[in-house]
Design a protein around this ligand. Sequence first.
Ligand code: NI
Length: 191
Amino acid sequence: MEIKDTTSLIEPFSEFIDFKTATLKDAKVHIKRNASVMRGYYADEQALEKVIEEQNDPLHYETFEGKVPEEYGQLLFGISKLQAGLIGNEYFMTKGHYHTIIETGEIYICLAGRGYMLMKTQAGEVRYQKMCSGSMVYVPPYWAHRSINTGDEPLSTFFIYQGDAGHNYGDIENEGFIKRVYKHNGSDVIE
Ligand code: NI
């Protein structure tokens, strides 16, 4: 990625969030992540392979983003939409990430669905916040963050973070998030 040490002067603009469908109208960037990108993340690897095979690698989560330069001082924003379901008895989740510039935070506003924001530090501290429509989660600097959908409709969140923050998935692939969210006898269990 090109590293810039300047902040561009760009034109003010507005976007439209459709609260009914929890989508960003006229999103400039649409990134889709299918189930196969989650290899190595779920506890039950065979259950994930079964989903990939039987459902032809279905959509797992996607982001709709506005187009803003990835620079210090800008604010990147968009909507993350995570499908509902289970891999074995573990709820669908996103990969999760630290920011490359780790001392940058993020705000998530839940538009639709329900679930959790699971967070961890590199020292192994774990925290979670419940999300439902209207919840705002403040993810402070240094905390890796992952969304988990415990409902039966997509979990849609609006996010805002510093333009040059970047994403770092590296040590999550190796360490995971320490805790996982399962469905046991109809209830959410975090263990
Ligand atoms: Ni983030």
